[in-house]
Write a protein that binds this ligand. Structure first.
Ligand code: FAD
Length: 407
């Protein structure tokens, strides 16, 4: 896969961003923050101004928060916001970079184009109604349905499944979570650590059924792949998302589990960049292409992207960070344990606060903390600085994480 050489020092007259979620919004804001005075157009398929998704499965679902709009005053920044408009493709001009973004309403000429169309929940087969939790409309509809006694089947014990189960159980629902794998959160944190969260479901009165792949969603319930059946009033499918890239078919942009980008967030097409959940970038830190569905990536990558849109050649090279609030606990994760050769526990997982630390050689490469934000913050800095740590001290929750560095 080849990537064009750096965009060069020429300043574009028109930047068009496809996708008005956090990553798209932040890109537009960062351009203005750098003093960019050209045209900025943000095209978004949803009818609402950009809003924040993490609260959807947390405070919005709990009925504690209503307004999650990120900002609705983009006109004050001279940013044109085109809502309820879906990008359908783009065509590079003969003389790249530059081209035309096509939408279901018209087209926009660009000198630089940003692909920021996020991700879409994966659906299961079947004739029954299945619900998802990705948009504000999804969340408001689900919240209305969460009544005491509701038989709710959640397919998938990932982050979203766990957070929704938390809210639904608190509202008196009869919640069953069906998970195909042997533990919750396997794809995010592996079986050994994911298994440590299973007890939280039981304590909250949620029926967690592991090793139960769902075959299809049918009227009245869920058909298990192994032949069983679960009655349900409402079924929510939370088995993950796929990058929203279908609309790019035929554009020639290279895909690799999302829009393939280099470390400068440039795609294979000159003048076209990508950011957020739809994008898999080349990680210099980990020596591989990675795609994250992390709020923190959508928040921070646009600073690098905006600089590069304006001719810089900066690398985006983060230590990834994610958090989840489930079953009354704050779970935080930093790093990338795919790079680890072993894991150790810090503290007792049956207790209130603990952490899992992944090591590669003497280096801390990832950690997950439960109700231990200080450990997370200190560990994240150690991962960033690639400091060697003392394994025995790291396993001792009485020793601050930052004091485990071997000098
Ligand atoms: P999105 O937010 O998906 O925005 C993309 C936008 O593009 C959407 O509005 C979409 O409608 C639009 N779009 C799609 N196709 C087109 C098209 N063809 N044309 C025009 N527009 C289009 N992350 C965490 O780190 N911690 C959390 O606790 C957490 N909780 C979450 C809870 C929920 C319920 C969800 C759904 C996500 C959560 N996340 C969390 C993930 C985080 O919200 C995402 O990583 C972040 O929203 C990604 O931003 P984005 O702009 O790349 O994509």
């Amino acid at each position: 896969m080849s990537f064009p050489s750096s965009a060069g020092p020429d300043i574009p007259e028109r930047v068009v961003v496809a996708g008005a979620g956090l990553a798209g919004l932040r890109t537009a804001e960062e351009l203005r923050a750098r003093g960019y005075g050209g045209e900025v157009t943000l095209v978004g398929a949803e009818s609402r101004p950009p809003y924040d998704r993490p609260p959807l499965s947390k405070r919005v679902m709990a009925g504690e928060l209503a307004d999650i709009t990120l900002r609705d005053d983009l006109d004050t920044l001279g940013i044109r916001l085109c809502l309820a408009e879906t990008a359908t493709g783009f065509e590079p001009a003969q003389e790249e970079p530059g081209g035309v973004l096509r939408t279901d309403r018209g087209e926009y000429r660009y000198d630089r184009l940003v692909l920021a169309t996020g991700a879409t929940p994966i659906a299961l087969p079947g004739r029954g109604p299945q619900r998802f939790l990705r948009t504000l409309d999804d969340a408001l509809t689900l919240r209305e349905l969460l009544k005491p006694g509701l038989r709710l089947a959640i397919v998938g014990a990932g982050w979203i499944g766990a957070e929704l189960a938390t809210a639904a159980a608190a509202r008196g629902g009869q919640v069953t979570v069906l998970e195909a794998a042997a533990a919750p959160l396997i794809s995010a944190v592996g079986e050994q650590v994911g298994a440590l969260t299973a007890a939280w479901y039981h304590a909250a009165g949620v029926d967690l059924r592991l090793g139960q792949p769902v075959g299809s969603v049918e009227p009245g319930g869920v058909a298990l792949a192994g032949g069983g059946w679960l009655d349900a009033d409402v079924v929510v499918t939370a088995v993950g998302v796929r990058p929203e890239t279908g609309w790019l078919a035929g554009t020639g942009v290279a895909l690799d589990n999302g829009v393939a980008a280099d470390e400068q967030l440039r795609t294979s097409v000159p003048g076209v960049f990508a950011v957020g959940d739809c994008m898999a970038f080349w990680s210099l830190r980990y020596g591989r292409r990675l795609r994250f569905e992390h709020w923190d990536v959508a928040l921070r990558a646009p600073a690098t992207l905006a600089a590069n849109l304006l001719g810089a050649a900066e690398a985006f090279d983060p230590v990834p960070y994610f958090w989840s609030e489930q079953f009354g606990k704050m779970v935080q994760y930093a790093g990338f344990h795919g790079a680890a050769d072993r894991m150790l526990l810090r503290g007792d997982p049956a207790g209130d606060k603990w952490a899992a630390c992944w090591l590669a050689g003497d280096w801390l490469v990832a950690l997950l903390t439960v109700d231990s934000p200080r450990d997370l913050a200190q560990g994240r800095r150690l991962i960033e600085s690639a400091a060697a740590v003392d394994e025995a001290r790291l396993a001792d929750p009485g020793v601050p994480v930052k004091a485990t560095v071997v000098s």
